[in-house]
Design a protein around this ligand. Structure first.
Ligand code: FES
Length: 98
């Protein structure tokens, strides 16, 4: 399991928010008070990059949209964005990448 520092919790004031890790784009989401999750920006349909627009996750290629709290696709419910656990330790957020 590879752990990657996302950043200090204090730097994030609104969710979902775009974060870049190892040159890849992800979306950080707050699930509960001290619970966070990270979503891949790779669209499960055709691999295009999902955008965060006005708090909504949408793929511009064919218009699929994704539920921000689960990553589930609205258009095809069996599809979802890949997600990763996030842990909060010493005020820092770390992504647990497979
Ligand atoms: S590649 Fe994302 S909706 Fe088709």
């Amino acid at each position: 399991m590879k752990e990657i520092l996302i950043g200090s919790i204090d730097q994030f004031t609104a969710f979902p928010v775009e974060v870049e890790l190892d040159r890849d784009l992800y979306f950080l989401m707050q699930v509960d008070d001290d619970q966070y999750t990270l979503y891949s920006s790779v669209c499960p349909h055709g691999g295009y990059t999902v955008d965060l627009i006005d708090g909504e996750l949408e793929c511009p290629l064919h218009g699929w949209t994704f539920e921000v709290h689960t990553g589930r696709c609205h258009n095809v419910p069996s599809a979802r964005l890949a997600s990763y656990n996030v842990i909060l330790r010493d005020n820092q957020l770390f992504a647990q990448m497979a």
